[in-house]
Design a protein around this ligand. Structure first.
Ligand SMILES: CC(C)(COP(=O)(O)OP(=O)(O)OC[C@H]1O[C@@H](n2cnc3c(N)ncnc32)[C@H](O)[C@@H]1OP(=O)(O)O)[C@@H](O)C(=O)NCCC(=O)NCCS
Length: 342
C-alpha cells in the first residue's frame, strides 16, 4: 500500500478537486458497511473542507492508502493550532473487503509516526458502533470504560484493532436521535425566575459573540472526561465569528438557544444542519454554566432550540452524543424523546 498525506489547504487544487469524488465514494462504502445508516453518509462539502479548509485555529491531515491506484484505506487527524498542540484526534478505515490483512495497522502506524514527528503524542480516537452491534453478543468478553460507565464487546473490529495498538477505552458515548417535534412540544410549565432564552438561526449576532465564546471556553473543560482529551480551549468573539464563516462556506447553518440572566450568559445549546441533508440536525455544544445549574435550563434550552428548528427549518430529526456517565444530560434527552442509535 502506498500512503500519501495531505494537509488541509496545502494540496494542489486540481488534484484535490479530482480526489473529492473518489474519497466521497470510499467514505460512503465505509459508512454503509458500518450499519450507522444513510444519515451518516459523508457530506460532499465536509470532505472538500477537510482537504481545502484553512484556519488559524485548526487543521486536518488526511492520509490516503492506495493499492494499484485504488483507495483502500484512509485516515484523518484533527489538530488544534492555538491550544492542545500536543494532541490529535484521529480516525482510520479500511475498505471492508480488504480488512484483516494488516492495512489498518500499516496506516495507523504511519499516522502515529507522522504525528509524533509533529509533536503530537496525546492521541485519541473513536469507533462508532450501532446499538444492534453493541448488544449482539452480550455474553462475549467485554472491555470496561475507564470512567466505570459501560462496556464494549472486544470482538468488534474497531475495539480489538485499537486495543491491539495500545489504546485504552477512556469513555463511551451514547449517540441518540429524536424527532424535533417531540422536544418542541414538551412543556415544562411556567418558570418563576428571571432567565431569558434567546434563539436564532445562522451566524451568532455581534452582541452575542463574546457570550458564545465564554460558553465554548467553559464547555472545553466542563464536560465529563474533558481533562483526558486536552486542556481549556482558547475562545474569543473573533474565533466564534471565524467558525461561523467557515460553516457558512460549507453550507452548514447553526440553530442556537442562549440563556441569559441580567444580560449575562447562563448556558447555550446549538444544532448544526447541512444544506446537503436538510432534514437531519446534529447536536453541537450544549452547556449550562456551573453557577446556573439546577434551574432546568438544560431542558429549557433544548426545547426552545427544537421549537425554533421545527418552526423554521426542514430538520425533522436531531442526533446527539453524550457521555454515558452524564446521567443528567441523558435524563434530559430521554425526556426530550431521544432514543439510543449507536
Ligand atoms: C478497524 C479497522 C481500521 C481495522 O483495519 P484492518 O485492516 O482490518 O486491521 P489489521 O488487519 O491491520 O488488524 C490489526 C489488528 O487489529 C485486530 N483486529 C482487527 N480487526 C479485527 C477483528 N475483526 N477481530 C479481531 N481482531 C481484529 C487484530 O489484533 C489485528 O491483528 P491480527 O490480524 O494480527 O490478529 C477496520 O476494521 C475498519 O475500517 N473499521 C471501520 C472504521 C473503524 O472502526 N475505525 C477504528 C477507529 S480508528
Amino acid at each position: 500500500m502506498e500512503i500519501t498525506r495531505i494537509r488541509s489547504g496545502h494540496g494542489d487544487p486540481a488534484a484535490i478537486e479530482a480526489l473529492i469524488p473518489e474519497l466521497l465514494a470510499f467514505d460512503t462504502v465505509i459508512n454503509r458497511a458500518s450499519g450507522l445508516g444513510e444519515d451518516f453518509d459523508p457530506i460532499p462539502e465536509d470532505v472538500r473542507h477537510a482537504l481545502t479548509g484553512r484556519s488559524e485555529y485548526r487543521t486536518t491531515l488526511t492520509w490516503i492508502g492506495r493499492n494499484h491506484g485504488d483507495i483502500v484505506a484512509r485516515g484523518t487527524a484533527d489538530l488544534r493550532l492555538t491550544s492542545n498542540t500536543d494532541a490529535a484526534e484521529l480516525w482510520c478505515a479500511v475498505r471492508p473487503d480488504l480488512r484483516r490483512r494488516g492495512l489498518g495497522a500499516a496506516l495507523l502506524e504511519r499516522m502515529e509516526s507522522d504525528l509524533a514527528a509533529d509533536g503530537r503524542t496525546a492521541l485519541s480516537t473513536y469507533c462508532e458502533i450501532p446499538e444492534s452491534a453493541r448488544t449482539a453478543d452480550l455474553r462475549g468478553a467485554h472491555l470496561a470504560a475507564e470512567t466505570g460507565a459501560g462496556t464494549l464487546p472486544v470482538s468488534l473490529p474497531g475495539v480489538s484493532f485499537l486495543s491491539a495498538h495500545g489504546y485504552g477505552l477512556a469513555q463511551i458515548e451514547r449517540c441518540s436521535v429524536a424527532p424535533t417535534a417531540t422536544a418542541a412540544e414538551l412543556d415544562l410549565g411556567a418558570k418563576a425566575d428571571d432567565y431569558v432564552i434567546e434563539t436564532w438561526r445562522g451566524p451568532v449576532p455581534e452582541q452575542r459573540l463574546e457570550h458564545i465564546a465564554l460558553c465554548k471556553r467553559r464547555l472545553s473543560t466542563d464536560v465529563p472526561g474533558a481533562a483526558k482529551f486536552g486542556g481549556e480551549e482558547t475562545w474569543d468573539g473573533e474565533r466564534v465569528r471565524a467558525l461561523d464563516a467557515e460553516k457558512e462556506a460549507r453550507g452548514e447553518s447553526m440553530a442556537t438557544a442562549l440563556a441569559l440572566l441580567d444580560g449575562e450568559p447562563a448556558g447555550y445549546t446549538q444544532v448544526g444542519n447541512s444544506a446537503d441533508r436538510p432534514t437531519v440536525g446534529w447536536q453541537g455544544g450544549a452547556l449550562v454554566l456551573n453557577e446556573h445549574r439546577g434551574h432546568r435550563l438544560g431542558a429549557r434550552l433544548k426545547i426552545a432550540n427544537h421549537r425554533s428548528i421545527a418552526e423554521n427549518t426542514a430538520v425533522d430529526r436531531v442526533y446527539t452524543w453524550n457521555a454515558v456517565e452524564n446521567s443528567w444530560m441523558l435524563a434530559i434527552n430521554d425526556q426530550a424523546g431521544f432514543a439510543t442509535w449507536a
